[in-house]
Design a protein around this ligand. Sequence first.
Ligand code: TYD
Length: 194
Amino acid sequence: MTERTVVLIKPDGVKRGIVGQIISRFENVGLKIAAMKMIWIDKDFAAKHYPVSRKQWVESIGKRALETYKEYGRDLGEDLDTMEPYEIGKKMCKWLVEFLTSGPVVAILLEGENSINTVRKIVGHTFGDKAVPGTIRGDFTKARGYASFMSKRAGHNLVHASGNSEEAEFEEELWFKKNEIYSYKRLDEEMYLG
Ligand code: TYD
């Protein structure tokens, strides 16, 4: 099924000068760039991308943080003053907003069969030290999962990619106006549909 998904090259990817290398990974597998722009967003906009009102998601990133800490044999209570997943998630949203507004980002709308899953695979595990070589995060970052909490900031992991179709639809509408999205055929399109 052809679907669209949103990728953001976060400020660390832009500042490291690896925008081209990141984009080429998606182009190489045949994903089509339906829209793309560089934009320096403000905190209100970033808070829409990471909404604390999406309680389930906020809680889930808090839970993931707790699990990560356990895996490394560390105590999250020592670095943050709470062990409550939702509270941890809320703090993380604040850091994520700070990070996403710390420089320009490149927002890309990618289109292709099963694109949401494909992009997640290309991007790799959230943390550089866990991401396998060949993935964007595995090749360009080595950040450990707990390291960011020690300095009270979001993990710098180069890329955001929509997690599922609901997120993809929401993010497409948030980041792109209808007249910024283009419909065209890639030369290799027939090959992949064959
Ligand atoms: P999440 O959606 O779980 O990861 P992914 O980006 O791989 O889909 O988390 C959103 C972002 O929150 C993630 O890109 C980086 C940050 N984050 C941390 O900094 N530390 C953490 O322990 C977790 C779980 C996420």
